[in-house]
Design a protein around this ligand. Sequence first.
Ligand SMILES: Nc1nc2c(ncn2[C@@H]2O[C@H](COP(=O)(O)OP(=O)(O)O)[C@@H](O)[C@H]2O)c(=O)[nH]1
Ligand SMILES: [Mg+2]
Length: 357
Amino acid sequence: MDYLEQRIKEIEEEIAKTPKNKGTEKHLSKLKSKLAILKEQLQKKKTKSSGKPAYQFAVKKEGDATVAMVGYPSVGKSSLLNLLTNAESEVADYAFTTLNVVPGIMEYRGAKIQLLDLPGIIEGASYGKGRGREVLSAARNADLIMIVSDVDNYEKHFPQIEKELYEAGFRLNKQPPEVKITKKDRGGLIIKIAPSIPINEKDVKELATDFNLHNAEIIITRAESLEDIADALIGNRKYVKAIHVVNKSDKLKTLPSSPYIFISVHTGQGIEKLKQEIWEKLELIRIYTKKPGEKPDLDHPLIMKKNSHIQDIKEKLKIKGEIKYARVWGESVKFPGQKVGKDHIVKDKDIVEIITD
Ligand SMILES: Nc1nc2c(ncn2[C@@H]2O[C@H](COP(=O)(O)OP(=O)(O)O)[C@@H](O)[C@H]2O)c(=O)[nH]1
Ligand SMILES: [Mg+2]
């Protein structure tokens, strides 16, 4: 065992034997940050020596947004994909293993939402150590992660899957920290931390040094803990929203009160709510565009991100020329047909007419 592996083992042991409470919170956070940094160092060393590129399960992005389904086998992911989309994924009443990512397109409110059925983490893992992580790499391009389990297993599955995702670099439902790292040739480490942040300079210096960063300016404007700093140093973290879905609710007489979305692919229970939840989490809006003197096509909205500007619509439609103004009917304006400029922010179901010169 080399030095790094030895240190990793020691820190893991220390974390394991430290009780978790308010008094040890800071200490644990420090240990975990250090652990993350050392693991990354080890990983770098290994890929350098083997030179093998990581196996990829990437699928081409299609449609207006992409949702990746993650879960253990037999919870009903393939069944759900088949119900929501045009895809035909194999359904099996045993834990069957394919290593393919199966894509499908769900049409909702005029949007085309791509769903990806990822092979189960277990399935990936069974192909060799670390494969499970690589399977998860297919979820890196997703705009939303859907963690799926069933009524018999979700209490056990959800924390396990969250842990796997965390280890694979996903940060779910969390605002990314704001840390600006500027490497320098000399001058040592200069650390600037905004006043309200519960992190001290010494700990940041130690972490940066462990990461072989000796000359740099590190400006921290938003962070919750030292682990956020480790994440910023390592980089390559994927900050993404996630929802939790519990399938097979037909097996329950009554649904527990829970923050999770309970569905049954077999009876259709909760499916409409799930689609709504996906839509809301993706923060999509419908915009109906029209030409002067014509009626808008209400069957074919333009799908945009929430808080889009008139300028974004023009770009998406590839309209030539400069925007003179736009006319808008809908929630984002005070009266119908109001004239607005290119920086106006549109809302769901607005009707928009863009005039260029
Ligand atoms: N009771 C019940 N069983 C379901 C439901 N959805 C799927 N299943 C069953 O669960 C098994 C596994 O389904 P599958 O879609 O292959 O799961 P996957 O391995 O997660 O893709 C099959 O026997 C399905 O018929 C459901 O809503 N209720
Ligand atoms: Mg399946």
